[in-house]
Design a protein around this ligand. Structure first.
Ligand code: BGC
Length: 258
């Protein structure tokens, strides 16, 4: 049987968990999802994580993605979750609720790790910029396979706006934008990233990457741009991998020692 791990994806709207196949990447079975409690305080989110883990009866280390800056296990920002998370140790909160050992990581960074290990960024030399389009915009920088954690390029300011507010998948839904209109905003965004970073490859994740054929062909970039192999499951996959300690854990991600 393939080696298994467990990942939980804490998002602005849902908390999802699944057993992960650590030999090949990707989920080993169905995922289970509960709505993110509102307000999404640490206590309420910890309880929801415990419910997700209990659904599987999982015992063992778990990896947990978080939609904010995660510095040695501690949340340093909170764009799409309750502000009371700022300064809170995510690993301690989820460990107390589940009774399991927890490794917390920024959601986009977790996706970057999964894609670099098994997915669209595998074996790519130079800089890969992974962008998740969801409730917010998450970004991961992977250079020659190594993650540079906590890049917050979803919040770059363009045309006077925090661009996550204009180009996230949530913005498309909120404003009922056609694919073409949304793609114009994405064009602005990816052109800016291209001009600042000159990457070798863009990888696009988040739930909407399932429909990549609707918007990626509308973009005109010098850099190749491809959907994430694991789409919206990349985060769960990468978090489970980090928690398993099968590979090196990038400095600054978790408070737990190897
Ligand atoms: C947060 C990032 C996160 C992204 C996706 C942004 O608002 O600042 O840390 O990765 O949303 O959830």
């Amino acid at each position: 049987m393939a080696l298994r791990g467990f990942g939980v994806d804490i998002g602005g709207s849902g908390i999802k968990g699944a057993v992960v196949n650590l030999d090949e990447g990707g989920l080993a079975g169905e995922r289970y999802k509960v709505a993110t409690p509102q307000p999404s305080t640490p206590e309420a989110v910890g309880k929801a994580c415990a419910e997700v883990v209990a659904h599987f009866g999982w015992q063992g280390p778990i990896g947990c993605t978080f939609p904010a800056v995660v510095d040695h296990g501690v949340a340093r920002s909170a764009a799409n979750v309750d502000k009371s998370w700022i300064g809170t140790n995510i690993e301690d909160v989820v460990a107390a609720a589940t009774g399991l050992e927890v490794t917390a990581v920024n959601d986009a960074d977790a996706a970057g790790i999964a894609e670099a290990n098994w997915g669209a960024a595998r074996g790519v030399a130079g800089l890969v910029v992974l962008v998740t389009l969801g409730t917010g915009i998450g970004t991961a920088l992977v250079y020659d396979g190594a993650l540079v954690p906590n890049a917050e390029l979803g919040h770059i300011e363009l045309d006077g706006a925090d661009y996550e507010q204009r180009a996230s998948a949530a913005a498309r839904e909120r404003e009922s934008l056609s694919w073409e209109k949304w793609a114009r905003r994405l064009q602005r965004y990816f052109s800016a990233l291209e001009a600042y970073l000159w990457p070798s490859l863009f990888v696009v994740g988040g739930g909407v990457s399932r429909r990549a054929e609707k918007f990626l062909p509308l973009l005109n970039l010098q850099t190749p741009i491809v959907p994430a192999r694991f789409q919206n499951e990349a985060g769960i996959t990468g978090a489970a991998y980090l928690a398993s300690r099968l590979g090196p854990v990038p400095l600054g991600v978790t408070g737990r020692q190897p």
